[in-house]
Design a protein around this ligand. Sequence first.
Ligand SMILES: [Zn+2]
Length: 465
Amino acid sequence: MAKITFLGAAGAVTGSKYLVEAGGKRLLVDCGLFQGPRGLREKNREPFPVEPASIDWIVLTHAHIDHTGYLPRIVSDGFRGPIFANAATHELCNLLLLDSAHLQEEDAKFAAKKGYSRHHPPLPLYTTEEAQQALTQFREVPRSDPFTISPQFTVKPYDAGHILGSSSLQITITENGKSAVVVFSGDVGRYNQTILNDPAPIARADYILCESTYGDRDHPTTDPGSAIAEIVNRVNKRGGVIVIPAFAVGRTQTLMYILRQLEDAQQIPKLPTFVDSPMAASVTDLYVRHHEDHRLSFQQLEQAGDRDPLDVHEVHMTRTVEESKKINAIKTPCIIMAASGMCTGGRILHHLEQRLPDARNVVIFAGYQAEATLGRYLLNGGKDPRIHGDYIHSRAEIAEVSQFSAHSDRTEMIRWLSGFQAPPKRLFLIHGEPAAAQSFSERVQQQLHWPVAIPKLGDSFDPLA
Ligand SMILES: [Zn+2]
């Protein structure tokens, strides 16, 4: 019997993992880390629901940690098969997985020093070595041509317009001469974006597993540049520091690109900007290599040189902990970007500890903040966050610029779903908190009249039934 089981991002936005079984073979779609509430995070340390060694292959929709961050762990627990990803996703994972391991090691070391962890001694979920081992199992697959994994599984990727390399996967599952087409949306990006392509329409699916992160709302339609310029100028005037939680690749680049344009148009001052990450590097060459994924012209990128259009004028990549600590001494206006984007760990916590108590400063949230994360707490107006075991009093301004979201809003999601030429047998709403998934389910039923289900963790269905 063929079976698809929801092993993550069901009733929540993190931990994406879908097990597809047919003809005695097992394919895992995405292998994400759970983030957010402690109950969910603890799942990262529980035994995997199926024996990792029994999984034959893993295929990735894109490089974000909530879709790939569990790879080093599943590999160290016995998964030995190939991990299929396109070139851009592979390159991003080289940065991201090592960054994730490095930050977990830093966090565990820091927790041991301060003695606040619940684990004794605090151990990283995985080490740099384990991340390196996972990276050796990557096999590159085409960006948009179909490829066959086995007689049971054929995959056709479509550009999802979410980050470099991001794809929706249309997987044909075959068993005993019967086939079904299942689309895994991955994370669906936006239309008419600054850098990335529109999400590509897909014509056909028997079943769709679709994300619903922003299923209950629309993003503001105002220009993201003017929104960010307004904040930068206001905070600069009062002598404050701008802190932006984000990973060094992805949204940081969109932000950086827009900041750079604003600088060149003299709409904002040229502030020193710190990208604080052990893996920080200019990623312009990544964009040059993967031009099929975005709208930037080659000429624009080739002219780059010392005038890199994807970096602001005064950018500092801080890799070591010592360099990172030196940022604390800066008391004049500057911009600091650090991971993690939802403030669940990493160097951003040290910067928040430093900068939250000062009312002149601002924290700008540009990405989704999951339930029970420090990011969500601050966005909801929380004033006494607990960071590294200590309560601090937050007086800084908290701003949200959701124009920078890398996810479709509900109107854009309906537009993406409308690309299918016939209704699926069922639409499964995944990768959304319960309220967002529920609200989007009602909208889909009203506007498209499709059958919709909101699966729970561990639920499964037979796509060939
Ligand atoms: Zn993503």
